[in-house]
Ligand binder design. Structure first.
Ligand code: NIG
Ligand code: FE
Length: 441
């Protein structure tokens, strides 16, 4: 099933009711409630504390969490008696998952490159031959805004169907002013017309577009003088990202681009140390970036530096799996005391998955994270990297009622059953986006 061809019937049904005011909900008979309450961000030993409440209930009022705790106590509250009751049947509930690194808006899959790579071609060879990101750029430039929006809308339904309630989305398949703004406008339009929260990042520095081949310096000028100010205008983006790697942008160029971004109010993030070790992780620390992502090639020295910083180390095991390369040293980063997040990197070239539960399985099986650590990385710490931790990422009184229930009895079974769709109920700001068994609601 290709993400661009599927749509989610449940979400469509729910979308019709979205204009109605969120009703008060009593979610009860929750076998295990993973609240993730406590210190933010999580690092070191606190990363493995799920803030578990057994036999729990959550009361939702006006889209916010009004009460959380033992079922017997919550059910006796006066407001709970008036709320619509949903019985979770002993299932597990987590904070709505936060996907802090995606490339949501693209025109088509690159399944032909997938076959080429299986046959032995490398990602970088394909890119050098005009495929890769540049192939996605050609197709995106040719596709009108409404068509791009329709494709992304179907993908968002799939995100919700896997328990995700917040999605960071990067531009980066346009690479000229008009096409980059087209992507950012699609993202803004989607943020307004569908329930998932979308946080936009400008990634005009993904690669140098073909018309600037051998004129990389001029493209960097274009980015810093025209494209970044335009993306920042009208708050079309909140973050600025650079693919700082072999075949993309150097550390020096990334420093210039991210500094220009910051001057326009865009907070820095970085694709760092994915294909080659370039020093990008050190740049992330130097610039106090919100996040350094990938980190497959980090050295022991990089790990120590990152661990002492407040840069979130965003692990993207889907990309390593799909490219057939070793996973980033997630365990070593955690043990050193780094703040880690976990994301899908959903994109057509290196990580065509939008399932955060799948990313959790890969992080546990391939990086030796504990299930509670993987969940913290995909909720509270991901929210921190997006500067949203005051509102999302944990289940606590006063926070947004962003919730994800799974059809398991023990939260550790979420990564354990890898590749199995277990999402059962997804709620955003108190509204039901996805229900595995619609008759329940
Ligand atoms: O995060 N590394 C750069 N960007 C993407 C890949 C994008 C693509 O190949 O289309 C990533 O892996
Ligand atoms: Fe990426």
């Amino acid at each position: 099933m290709l993400p661009e061809t599927v749509s989610c019937p449940t979400l469509r049904v729910r979308a019709e009711k979205r204009s109605s005011v969120a009703e008060n909900l009593l979610l009860t008979n929750i076998g295990q409630l993973v609240t993730m309450r406590g210190l933010v961000p999580r690092r070191g030993r606190s990363l493995a504390d799920p803030g578990l409440v057994r036999d729990a209930a959550v009361l939702v009022e006006d889209g916010r969490v009004a009460a959380v705790g033992a079922r017997r106590k919550i059910e006796r509250m006066r407001e709970a008696l008036r709320a619509r009751k949903m019985d979770l049947g002993g299932r597990v509930m987590l904070p709505g998952l936060v996907d802090s690194h995606t490339h949501l808006v693209f025109a088509a899959s690159r399944v032909e490159e997938y076959e080429m790579r299986i046959a032995g071609a490398s990602y970088e060879e394909i890119a050098r031959a005009g495929g890769g990101i540049r192939a996605s750029v050609r197709k995106l430039r040719a596709m009108p805004e409404p068509a791009l929006e329709r494709l992304a809308l179907g993908r968002l339904a799939q995100f919700a169907a896997h328990g995700t309630t917040t999605v960071e989305a990067k531009s980066g398949y346009g690479l000229d002013l008009a096409s980059e703004l087209k992507i950012l406008r699609v993202q803004r339009s989607l943020a307004r017309k569908q329930p998932l929260e979308i946080i936009s990042t400008f990634l005009g520095a993904h690669v140098v577009p073909p018309e600037y081949a051998n004129r990389q310096r001029e493209y960097v000028e274009l980015l810093t003088r025209r494209m970044i100010p335009a993306a920042a205008r009208d708050a079309l983006a909140e973050f600025c990202d650079v693919f700082c790697d072999r075949g993309a942008f150097s550390v020096e160029e990334a420093r210039r681009i991210l500094t220009a971004g910051r001057a326009c109010g865009l907070y820095p993030r970085l694709h760092a140390e994915q294909l080659a070790r370039t020093g990008a992780a050190r740049l992330a620390v130097e610039l106090r970036a919100a996040s350094a992502d990938h980190l497959d090639q980090v050295t022991r020295g990089d790990i120590e530096l990152l661990a002492k910083s407040s840069v979130v180390c965003t692990l993207l095991p889907g990309a390593s799996l799909h490219l057939g390369v070793p996973f980033a040293p997630g365990r070593a980063l955690v043990d050193a005391g780094a703040i880690i997040a976990l994301a899908t990197d959903f994109n057509p070239g290196t990580s065509p998955t939008l399932s955060l539960p799948m990313a959790m399985s890969l992080a546990c099986d391939g990086m030796r994270l504990r299930p509670a650590e993987a969940i913290a990385a995909a909720t509270v710490n991901a929210a921190y990297s997006l500067r949203r931790h005051d509102r999302i990422g944990t289940i606590e009184v006063g926070k947004q009622a962003d919730l994800a229930a799974f059809d398991v009895a023990d939260y550790r079974e979420i990564p354990y059953y890898f590749g199995v769709h277990l999402a059962w109920l997804t709620i955003k700001r108190g509204k039901i986006l996805y229900a595995r068994e619609p008759k329940q609601i």
